[in-house]
Each structure stands twice: as C-alpha cells, then as structure tokens.
Design a protein around this ligand. Structure first.
Ligand code: ATP
Ligand code: MG
Length: 452
C-alpha cells in the first residue's frame, strides 16, 4: 500500500475523551471512529488488525478440530424464553420488536441458538464429539461503555460450543480449548494467563478467564509470580489426546491465579510472600463447562450406544476479538506510539523515502516495494511529499515492527537502513539484504491454514 493512496486519518492532538493509552493511540493512528457510545467504525488500518486477529483465531480453532460456521446477529426471543434467560439477562440485552410485533434481540452470545441448531440436526452419539464456533458481532447494552473497543456495546467475539456424550468428554473439550487459547494468544504476542473465575450469566461450575496483565485492566487479579514464567512456545500438542491436553491444563492452572470474584485470601497467603502478586488484568477470553444446563432446558439429547436418550454435555468458549486490538496495544507501546507484534501487524514493513522526487531514491523504494510483495509481504510505503521527521513520527505512531529508510546519501554507498520499532536499533545493509532479513523474520508468522 502507498500511503498517498491509503486512508489513514492520523490525529495530531491527543483526543481528550480517551482515558487509556490504547484508546488514545487507536484514535490518533486513525484506526477507529466512534459512531455512538461503545459503537465504532473500523477505519482501514484498524480493520486490517482486526482481520489479522480474526485469522489467527480461525487458524487455531481449525487446528484444534473445531468447525467454523456463522449464526445471525438478530435472534428470536422465543429461544431465550425457553432457556429462561430472556428475563434473567437484564438490561444488557437489546430487545427489538419487528413489524409483525415479534420479540427479537441482538445476540449478546449464542448458547440458545446453537443448542437449537444442534437439537434440530443431531440425534445420535455417533455424531459426537462436536465443537462448532463462529466469529460474529455481539451487542451488550453495557452500563458504562468505555476505553474504546475494550468495553464496547457492539463488539466482535469468537464464541464456540462443544457437544459431548459424557462429562469426561466435555472436560476434554474444556482442556483442549485451554490449550488452543494459550497458543492463540501467544501468536498475537500476548501472555494471557488462565485464572479461575466466576461464571456469571452463562452459568456452570468450571470456568477460567484469560487475562493480560495491564495497569489499565478492569479486573483485579491475584496470582503466584511463578506463573508469568510459563510459556506455551512452539510445542506440539495432540488435541485428540486426553492426557496431553490435561497435562497442559495442569501445568498452566496449578499455581494460584484468580480474579477478585473467586479470590481466597487464605489460599493466597500460603504462597511465599515474595511471589504474591496483586495486579490488574484485561479479560481477553473465557472458557466454560456447564454440563447439561442448556440441553436440559431446551431438550438437546442424543441416543447413546444402548439406545437411551441422554442430554448432551456442553461448554462454551469466547475470545474478545475486537477487545484484543486494544489489549495488544496496552501490552505493547511506548511514548511514540504502538508497537505491533509481528503476528498481528497491519503491514509487515514500512518504507520511508527521505527524498521524495529524487529519481534514485524513488526507484530504490519502488524496487523494495516490489521485492517485499514478491516475498508475500505487505509493505506500507510512505511516498508523501513530507519532511522526514513527519514520516518517522507517523511510522512510530502506527507501530509497524520494521521500517526501511531510503535516502540519496545511503544509496551512494549502496545501503538502506533497517530499523526495529521495538528496540529502535538500526542497521545499514543493501536493499536485497534488508528484504531477505524482513522475509526471514516473518517466516515464523506465515498463515498455517487456508483459513475460512
Ligand atoms: P466482562 O466481564 O469483561 O464484561 P464477560 O465475562 O461478560 O466480559 P464473556 O461472555 O466471557 O464476557 O465474553 C467473551 C469475551 O468477549 C470476553 O472474555 C471479552 O474478551 C469479550 N467481551 C465481553 N464483553 C465485551 C465488551 N463489552 N466489549 C468488548 N469485548 C467484550
Ligand atoms: Mg467473561
């Protein structure tokens, strides 16, 4: 993309209404525009990051054996009356009446609808296990929408639902989700810690939330400092293996880590004092096992091997896709702007032309642009007729992890400059070497699946 043809409405001033750094930077970098409280348009660069995150989520879900689909945003109220949540959900549920006077609602989550789909089409244990998921916009009429996309009213969520014959099978699905979530967040450059949580209006006994530590997080969290040393890394886990998934769950949940809802001061006190941590976190996902709560209420059962009709065991699993855009920025920025992790960056590499209009510099930039594209990468070329200082400030603000700077003086010696946004370190090298280096860095971030 050439910046002169893109739509990147960066703001010079810091918007007064934004209280936290991710919200400020998303507005300043021209990623979003509020249309009403908690509802945003995703401008081109914000949209690009959202899609990158969505893609990683899809890839990791498919890798874990889960099946993508798409349910509508608008749901009939009847399903929610069946489960009892139409009244129980309260004022966060946006209720709508259509022209036939039918009660409808904008879905805040999809347990009822997926259970309805399941009961209409599945009747035998032979079709289990099954995990279906989708990535779809949700609406919750939050009391206090704030912090930009972190607590929106309209937000994008991946929500998945497992259907299993037995409790053991459903607990395996729970563990498998925990593993796939760890992997998903790490690919986005995030450490998200599973913490024992409260199930809220979804219901159920077993639940973990995934939290990214950040001062601006809305949840108070209590944990054993040892937990931050854990990392999933590039290990291979067989998602069908009950033992392997359980082992990962045990490794990542055996140390004390809880949100304030489930915090137990006596248990916490048993951790050596030097390792006790009280901090704040951003909830970026949650997994639930809730047994037969919805299948009992809505009659979702299958025939088992003996011909008996039994209710299916279920769980649900959510990732806050749009919230993640803000959470990643909270975790990765400096005083000059965003620092995108390679896995989610909107463009792989910036190209800054120090002297637009200089024939040699222009030609070198065009060559770099073509060479990066030939490597399957997306460069963002700042080809505007602007001073170098302004170009650098824009690049720092929008946070591309790598930048190649091209100027007549370097070109005389056959070199350009490759700069890391994270460390600020620059290295001179030939244009070919710069392209090769950037391609090598991104080799580890190539999409793994064809996607959806
Ligand atoms: P919270 O406690 O933050 O209100 P929740 O526990 O009600 O969230 P879930 O039903 O677990 O949310 O939804 C799954 C994920 O969707 C959450 O982990 C979070 O990342 C995201 N999410 C929930 N509410 C919002 C919101 N209002 N804006 C943006 N993302 C949200
Ligand atoms: Mg939650």
């Amino acid at each position: 993309m050439r910046l002169s043809r893109y739509f990147l409405p960066v703001l010079k001033e810091t918007p007064a209404e934004a209280q936290i750094v991710s919200h400020r930077l998303m507005l300043r970098a021209g990623m979003i525009k509020q249309s009403s409280a908690g509802i945003y348009s995703w401008l081109p660069m914000g949209f690009k990051v959202l899609k990158k995150i969505e893609r990683i989520v899809h890839e990791e879900q498919i890798r874990a054996g889960h099946v993508p689909m798409l349910m509508p945003t608008i749901q009939p109220a009847d399903l929610w009356k069946e489960s009892g949540r139409y009244d129980a959900y309260g004022a966060e549920l946006l209720r709508i009446r259509d022209r036939q006077d039918r009660d409808m609602l904008y879905g805040p989550t999809n347990e009822e609808m997926i259970t309805d789909i399941f009961r209409s089409h599945v009747a035998s244990y032979k079709d289990l296990p099954l995990t279906l998921y989708h990535i779809q916009w949700k609406f919750r009429d939050e009391m206090r929408p704030r912090f930009g996309v972190m607590r929106g009213r309209e937000f994008l969520m991946k929500d998945g639902y497992n259907f299993d014959l037995t409790k053991e099978d459903a607990l395996h699905a729970y563990n498998r989700h925990l593993v796939s979530y760890l992997r998903t967040y790490e690919r986005m450059g995030l450490q998200a810690i599973p913490m024992r949580a409260d199930s809220g209006p979804i219901g159920g006994d077993d639940t973990h939330e995934f939290l990214v530590l950040a001062e601006t997080g809305e949840s108070e969290v209590f944990y054993d400092a040892e937990i931050t040393d854990l990392s999933f890394g590039d290990r291979e886990v067989d998602y069908d293996s009950v033992d392997e998934c359980r082992a990962v769950l045990e490794e990542f949940t055996s140390r004390y880590a809880r949100t304030d809802e489930t915090h137990d001061a006596d248990e916490f006190a048993k951790i050596p004092e030097a390792r006790q941590r009280v901090a704040r976190g951003i909830e970026v996902g949650q997994i639930f096992y809730f047994g037969t709560k919805y299948s009992d209420a809505m009659g979702a059962s299958v025939q088992d091997a003996d011909g008996n009709k039994v209710p299916v065991h279920m769980g649900s699993h959510g990732i806050g896709v749009s919230r993640l855009v803000g959470a990643i920025i909270e975790a990765s920025h400096d005083e000059n702007g965003i620092i995108w992790p390679e896995g989610v960056t909107p463009f792989h590499c910036g190209i800054v032309n120090l002297k637009q209009g200089d024939a040699e510099a222009d030609a070198a930039c065009e060559n770099l642009y073509a060479a990066l594209e030939a490597e399957g990468l997306e460069p963002l070329y700042d080809d505007r007729n602007e001073r170098a200082g302004g170009k650098f400030a824009t690049m720092d603000l929008i946070g591309l992890p790598w930048r190649i700077t091209v100027g007549p003086r370097g070109l005389k010696n056959g070199v350009v400059e490759l700069t890391s946004r994270r460390t600020g370190e620059s290295e001179e090298m030939s244009p070919e070497a710069a392209v090769a280096r950037v391609a090598e860095i991104y080799a580890a971030h190539k999409p793994v699946n064809p996607g959806v």
